[in-house]
Design a binder for this molecule. Structure first.
Ligand SMILES: Cc1ncc(COP(=O)(O)O)c(C=O)c1O
Length: 507
């Protein structure tokens, strides 16, 4: 083909333009938002990243990988379906109809579904329309009403759909709340230590101030209201404006469950100091010992008994489809109930939600399925019940096995699991008894518990998170592990590794 003289000329000009400047350098960390650089999130930190590298190596070199194990056990994150927990049939059947509503039109296809699945899918679709469309930014009205009904049945006190925000997991609720409450550098957030690092990370992103209150390990990781009160006093005197008290119940990483009296004492603090309470209750279904009591229930009782004292308490309660028996972490379902907040606050929250357009609609649908599951007499009930019971028993059994293993390990103590998905054992290592360990960790520039977790990973493939990622009392060392991984072999491997570790490092 002939190239015309005109196009030849413009091509030459184009080449000249291309060559006429020095290319700019890519962005460096110093060019980026400082808060995003500084925020830390240990659950997906250095050790899990190394675990991913090893996993890749094991997969690509199955015959000659050189490790003493063949697979990585991801005990670092509460991600049940990553660890072979099967999705509940009821959820996935309804979701499949929501994704492909033509099933409802086809007699042939719909024959393979239980009737209650089809009815529920129709009900959801008649409110949401296509789940591929944005919903109302606060979440679908039908599902919010359903959440309000669930809360009122759970607590025996009314809840209002207008106070419910459906969210993309509990994480986005935390992010909205912390963003709204972070007025400036002096906005203080009381968070438990140890804590789930979403909180320190979100506080860092908002350039606000974390104020850790210690949970009492010797008393099953309970809260100490006196310590919280003195922290409020001490920090207020320094000019910190305490905005919020965060409580995680059941606890992550501690696995503890708060009693009613503890909850009341924390509500008292919120009432007395006008501090917003965030009750992170994403593990409310994961109870192995004791009973889950919601902050909303206790607050409702207090408001009835003493409206003069408790009517102004502002409580944000969070729930999620990621935990419990659902384990649908990837589908991002959650809700936040705002009790006692002004319309002004709720409008700002709605604006923030509107900027983000819409919570994930399939996640909203999952929330509906989680809080309003099949009932006795429904066609799906038997299978649903059997699957939930199996998940519950497997988790309980594994939590006990792992707990029992820790109780037999040298220089380890562990509180009995009451709830959630985690154990947070303490490693009783000190400079005197473990001089070489302290020296080696120092040489590598890592914390003692991080050193242990690295060795555990490199020797057994078990990936867990050092206590330093959650916060802990100075000179104490812990680690957090989930008990989600199937099988028991890995627990025995851990026990053997531990005794070997002690043999090499204890003087
Ligand atoms: C205490 C706690 N809160 C919130 C979350 C966030 O969960 P999601 O955003 O998946 O609902 C987690 C996740 O592990 C958690 O442990």
């Amino acid at each position: 083909m002939m190239i015309s003289r005109v196009s030849k000329k413009s091509a030459t000009q184009f080449m000249r333009t291309l060559a006429s400047f020095t290319p700019a350098k890519p962005l460096h960390a110093r060019d980026l938002n400082k808060q995003t650089i500084e925020a830390k999130y240990a659950v997906r930190g250095r050790i899990p990243i190394r675990a991913e590298e090893i996993k890749h190596h094991l997969q690509t070199n199955p015959e000659s990988h050189g490790f003493k194990f063949d697979k990585i056990i991801n005990a670092n994150i509460g991600n049940p379906q990553q660890l072979d927990q099967k999705p509940l049939t009821w959820y996935r059947q309804v979701l499949s109809v929501l994704q492909y509503p033509d099933i409802l039109e086809s007699e042939e296809l719909s024959k393979s579904y239980p009737k209650d699945v089809l009815t529920r899918a129709k009900n959801i679709l008649s409110s949401t329309g296509s789940i591929g469309a944005y919903s109302h930014s606060q979440g679908d009205q039908y599902i919010r009403k359903s959440v309000a009904k669930f809360i009122s049945q759970r607590d025996g006190h009314p809840a209002n759909a207008n106070d419910i925000f459906l969210t993309a997991g509990a994480s986005s609720a935390v992010s909205y709340l912390l963003q709204i409450l972070s007025v400036d550098k002096n906005s203080g957030f009381l968070i438990p230590i140890p804590q789930y690092p979403l909180y320190t990370a979100s506080i860092a992103l908002n350039d606000a101030k974390p104020i850790g209150y210690f949970l009492d390990e010797s008393n099953n990781w309970s809260t100490n209201p006196e310590e919280i009160r003195s922290l409020i006093k001490e920090n207020s005197e320094k000019g910190i404006d305490i905005k919020c008290l965060v409580v995680i119940n059941p606890g992550n990483p501690t696995g503890s469950v708060l009693e009613k009296e503890d909850i009341k004492e924390l509500i008292d603090i919120a009432a007395e100091f006008g501090i917003v309470l965030i009750a992170d209750e994403v593990y409310q279904e994961n109870i192995f010992q004791g009973e889950f009591i919601s902050f909303k229930k206790v607050l409702s009782e207090l408001v009835i008994a003493r409206p003069d004292l408790y009517s102004n308490v502002q409580l944000a309660s969070l729930h999620s489809t990621s935990k419990g028996f659902s384990g649908e972490c990837g589908q991002r379902g959650g809700y936040m109930e705002l009790s006692g907040f002004t319309d002004g606050f709720k409008n700002v929250m709605l604006k923030l939600a509107s900027i983000n357009l819409s919570p994930v609609v399939s996640g909203q649908a999952l929330m509906e399925l989680m809080i309003n599951p099949p009932k006795q007499g429904d066609e799906s009930y038997a299978v649903y019940k059997q699957e939930v019971d199996e998940i519950y028993s497997a988790l309980k059994e594994r939590s006990e096995l792992l707990y029992n293993a820790f109780t037999t390990m040298t220089d380890v103590t562990c509180n009995k699991p009451q709830g959630a998905m985690y154990l947070f054992p303490r490693l009783h290592f000190n400079k005197h008894g473990y001089a070489r360990l302290f020296q080696e960790a120092q040489d590598l520039g890592v914390e003692i518990d991080e050193f242990y977790c690295i060795q555990l990973l490199e020797n057994t493939g078990i990936c867990c998170v050092p206590g330093s990622g959650f916060g802990q009392v100075k000179d104490t060392y812990h680690l957090r592990t989930t008990f989600l991984a199937p099988g028991t072999e890995w627990i025995e491997n851990w026990r053997q590794f531990h005794e070997q570790f002690i043999k090499s490092y204890k003087s």
